[in-house]
Design a protein around this ligand. Structure first.
Ligand SMILES: [Fe+2]
Ligand SMILES: [Fe+2]
Length: 369
């Protein structure tokens, strides 16, 4: 999909191109209005990003030309003004002349996600997923979820210091939180946390709550739901003890580090067996990194031997990892994470991914803070 960028600043074009590329868009670059109009005639374009201050033909004139195009489709293309112009009158004139939206250039470098959000919105991609996960824990979580987080945190800490873990206690807690969910007492799963050291717990809590919501949505039987929640709670427990920076940022790891990271699955399964977790929980833990096309790890299974439990585990873990990374800069917005997952063809069950998307839309997960 082509995005036409018209700007007289080579730097803006370069940065814009890079961000678009990272989001799987192709860009056509024009350094002035005339060049932009020519590229528009010669190519299929999905959206135009247009600067205002340009020599000869400025953004307003270029916009007027676009809107007068004989080809109706081209004349009606979404146009996003990207300018350092702050004058509200000029911005209003541009919007009245048919620009669809405006964004200040500073966002391009400071928060490229905001720029991408505008683009997605204008392209009509799941506009309802205008969501972020940047809410602060204290402000947004219901007491039920907060308590659950603290419960998991305590359990993990005590487990790591060698204390005995009572699976029955955890199962009872999971049952309670499931009951609360069914009573409609909370829907939130999405939050940020101020203590980065707590990453594993938060990811775990997210995965457990997402699993609960998704499996109810899929009408799984209660006992299977509880087993899968238990699996989600322990799915990355094998990471405990492995040097923390490794599992926090699996992308960009050296090969040796990566094989260490991969071992967390086997270790997790091993621990689960010692704890005598139900088979369905172990299945969740064992296969949460396996992909439908066989490109996952560590067993390199594929769709032929991945059950619905494994397929759900994979979606939940990937989704939470994409939207909740330790480094805030790398976190994706909900709709963008889903879009990427869909673009990685063959890795996930498309049917389940679409259902997951519907679930998130219906739950109206907390908007961008
Ligand atoms: Fe994992
Ligand atoms: Fe995980």
């Amino acid at each position: 999909m082509n995005i036409l960028c018209i700007d007289d600043s080579p730097l803006v074009l370069k940065v814009g191109e890079k961000i678009l590329q990272e989001n799987n868009f192709q860009s056509l670059l024009a350094k002035n209005g005339e060049e932009g109009l020519t590229l528009l005639e010669e190519n299929e374009v999905a959206l135009i990003v247009l600067d205002y201050h340009m020599p000869k033909m400025d953004g307003l004139q270029t916009l007027q030309h676009i809107r007068r195009n004989k080809n109706k489709e081209k004349a009606n293309l979404p146009v996003l003004i990207l300018s350092d112009e702050n004058n509200p009158e000029i911005i209003t004139t541009l919007l009245q002349a048919g620009a669809n939206d405006y964004i200040h250039k500073a966002w391009l470098t400071h928060k490229p996600m905001v720029f991408m959000e505008k683009i997605f919105e204008l392209l009509g991609f799941e506009a309802k997923f205008k969501l972020c996960r940047f809410n602060k824990l204290e402000q947004t979580l219901s007491p039920i979820v907060k308590n659950f987080h603290l419960f998991v945190k305590d359990y993990f800490e005590s487990g790591l210091s060698g204390n005995e873990i009572s699976v029955e206690d955890i199962q009872a807690k999971l049952n309670d939180i499931d009951e609360d969910y069914l009573k409609g007492e909370f829907v939130e799963i999405i939050y940020d946390i101020v203590v980065p050291e707590d990453y594993l717990t938060v990811h775990t809590v997210n995965a457990t709550l997402l699993t609960m919501m998704f499996t109810h949505y899929l009408n799984f039987p209660k006992s299977k739901i509880l087993d899968m929640m238990l699996g989600a709670l322990f799915h990355d427990f094998g990471n405990a003890g492995i040097e923390s920076p490794i599992f926090r940022n699996p992308s960009g790891l050296e090969e040796k580090e990566f094989s260490t990271y991969m071992r967390h699955v086997e270790r997790g399964v091993h621990i689960a067996k010692i704890l005598d977790l139900p088979q369905q929980s172990i299945e969740f833990i064992a296969n949460h990194h396996e992909k439908m096309d066989g490109s996952g790890f560590p067993w390199r299974k594929n769709s032929a031997n991945l059950s619905d439990i494994s397929q759900v585990a994979l979606i939940i873990d990937s989704f939470d990892s994409l939207t909740f990374q330790r480094e805030e800069q790398k976190r994706l917005m909900v709709f963008e994470a889903l879009r990427r997952m869909k673009s990685w063809e063959g890795q996930y069950s498309i049917d389940l991914l679409e259902k997951f998307e519907k679930l998130l839309a219906e739950k109206n997960i907390k908007p961008d803070a």
